[in-house]
Design a protein around this ligand. Structure first.
Ligand code: GRF
Length: 198
């Protein structure tokens, strides 16, 4: 069984995609141990609560600094015996210390085809705005391992979607979420769980 923690900051639709695949019986060797948010009141927490999944908010302002906040998070995740940390719309850059605490065991979903439109400043609607401004005809999503850089870790899975002539950042964001992110995030988790069972 692969114990995963899903780290969120917002609506949690990617978390929901993982939950839905689990409910469909497609992630039987995966256990969602906990959901962690760095913000209070986000809908992702309600999604976790609705499924009876342990969830906790870690607010940076309640700790002395980023390092103390990460220490608390690391010890919470270790206590839960988490094997894989899934960053699903988690809007915080994690330090090398955090990354080294979960070697090759942190993955992230990014809403573009890396190496396009990634790195510092490319998050949320910015990614889709940049894709439209560049005039690319194809965008998509990438699941990758997290290393000490921003969006630089090894790529696990990608899925392309068309960019349409009349797309706005919002319509492209919706298509990338629905057709790519929600598909490949659960699939990448399944692949990791299956590979570790071999
Ligand atoms: C997604 O677009 C994800 O790729 C990005 O943040 C967004 C999170 O959406 N990193 P949600 O909270 O899963 O709905």
């Amino acid at each position: 069984m692969l114990n995963i923690a899903v780290l969120v900051s917002g609506s949690g639709s990617n978390l929901q995609a993982i939950i839905d695949e689990k409910l469909k019986g497609n992630l039987n060797n995966v256990n969602i141990s906990c959901v962690v948010s760095n913000k209070t009141g986000v809908f992702a927490l309600e999604r976790a609560e609705n499924q009876g999944i342990d969830n906790k908010v870690f607010l940076k302002k309640e700790y002395e600094d980023q390092s103390a906040w990460e220490d608390a998070l690391i010890s919470y995740l270790k206590d839960k015996n988490v094997d894989l940390v899934v960053l699903a719309g988690f809007l915080t850059i994690l330090s090398e210390k955090f990354v080294e605490s979960f070697t090759n065991s942190i993955i992230n979903i990014h809403p573009s085809l890396i190496p396009a439109f990634c790195g510092d400043g490319f998050y949320g609607l910015n990614v889709h705005k940049a894709a439209i401004e560049k005039g690319v005809k194809i965008s998509g999503a990438t699941v990758h391992y997290v290393d000490a850089g921003v969006d630089t870790g090894k790529i696990i899975m990608q899925k392309a979607v068309d960019v349409l002539d009349n797309d706005t950042p919002e319509t492209l964001q919706k298509r990338v979420l629905e057709e790519a992110e929600w598909v490949i995030l659960p699939l990448a988790i399944k692949k990791i769980a299956d590979d570790r069972n071999k």
